[in-house]
Design a binder for this molecule. Structure first.
Ligand code: ATP
Length: 354
């Protein structure tokens, strides 16, 4: 049985709908991310689970118990917000202690938890610092420790990394995941950053205009997006218009391609003439300099070194297609050079354009 359930939850403000009735269940110990663009209802759903907002319809269940009538303070949930949520006039340690004091936890037990938590977040030597003596990343670590101190049944994280610099964000992301796994805390995480969602989650809920557009593992969402919205939101950079030529063989013709039709397995699900969107994954395109091989012929129109990858822009007929190459692979393809592109089964995905 699932541990945390949002059952038939909806929320309207006057005549505007923030959430249409939706269902979501988390298993115990799972980290599930709500991912979607600004205004899609992520925070509203999180606030309803936390007890800060009252749903228009539906119930929130934890371990089979209906929490809906309970105020936030009685829900045994820990929360971390975007930033600046520590009490500025209290040391890191007092911030973490706060919830324990309120709950009447003994001094010995409090000290034990403080020691464990500060070790867990790697800040044992900064317990006496005030928030303004800590970096943004350190403050968020303390906020995480404060949320975990009450040994919550559920941890709710609302864009906890969005105010931090890129490198700090990556480190803290991994750290949140490690701490979440070590403590086995069931977690709901809100973000609008697709890479963050894919990297941190057991499962991802992609939201669109108050509805669940897709729910699946990060791999499902990335490899098998259920709709053009999901495909485009999770960042499949190359999108081309196409149509089915031969259903049985999965052959499609791509607009402006000026090459032979290509075979894509998923196209077999559509009838001849059906208009499709073809998505090509930049990191799965295989390039070669030898002429005549591969599925399509292209020309390198631009090349950008991005550190761990080099991103090539390729002209394929009248389309531009982006390909990401690792390490030194790109040196074989100077700007202006012809290239042949091979589409592996993972490289291409099609969805109905209608
Ligand atoms: P963001 O990433 O920008 O925080 P979000 O996906 O978290 O966006 P929500 O904050 O849940 O989105 O908002 C969903 C919708 O509900 C938005 O259209 C928003 O304008 C509306 N909304 C949220 N709170 C209220 C409110 N108190 N009164 C009226 N409308 C609201």
């Amino acid at each position: 049985m699932s541990y945390l359930t949002a059952e038939n939850i909806s929320k309207t403000y006057g005549t505007s709908t923030a959430l249409s009735p939706l269902n979501l269940s988390l298993e115990k110990g799972e980290l599930v991310t709500l991912l979607g663009p600004s205004g899609c209802g992520k925070t509203t759903l999180l606030r309803i689970v936390a007890g800060f907002a009252v749903p228009t319809t539906g119930r929130v269940l934890l371990g089979g118990n209906d929490l809906t009538p309970l105020p936030a303070a009685r829900r045994q949930m820990g929360m971390v917000f975007q930033a600046y949520s520590l009490f500025p006039n209290m040391t890191a340690q007092d911030n973490v202690k706060f919830g324990l004091k309120v709950r009447g936890v003994s001094a010995a037990e409090t000290e034990k938890r403080l020691k464990t938590l500060f070790e867990l977040i790697g800040l044992s030597d900064m317990r006496q610092r005030f928030p303004n003596q800590l970096s943004g990343g350190q403050q968020q670590r303390v906020a995480l420790a404060r949320a975990l101190a009450i040994e919550p049944q559920v941890l709710l994280l609302d864009e906890p990394l969005s105010a931090l610099d890129a490198q700090v964000r990556l480190n803290l992301r991994d750290e949140i995941r490690r701490v979440q796994r070590e403590t086995g805390t069931t977690t709901l995480f809100v973000t609008h950053d697709q890479e963050e969602a894919l990297a941190i989650s057991d499962r991802v809920v992609v939201m669109e205009k108050g509805k669940i557009a897709q729910l699946g593992t990060p791999e499902d969402i990335y490899r098998r997006p259920a709709s053009p919205f999901v495909a485009e939101f999770v960042g499949t950079a190359n999108r081309l218009d196409a149509a089915v030529l031969d259903q049985e063989r999965g052959l499609i013709e791509v607009a402006g391609w000026m090459g032979a039709p290509i075979a894509v397995d998923a196209a077999r699900a559509f009838r001849k003439g059906q208009r499709l969107r073809l998505y090509l994954r930049p990191e799965e395109l295989q390039l070669s300099a030898s002429s005549g091989s591969g599925d399509l012929t292209a020309r390198v129109s631009d090349k950008r070194f991005l550190g761990s990858i080099t991103r090539l822009s390729l002209m394929v007929g009248t389309n531009t297609v982006v390909a990401d190459l690792q390490g030194n692979e790109a040196s074989a393809f100077p700007v202006g050079a012809p290239v042949n592109v091979t589409l592996s089964p993972l490289a291409a995905h099609v969805l109905s354009a209608e």
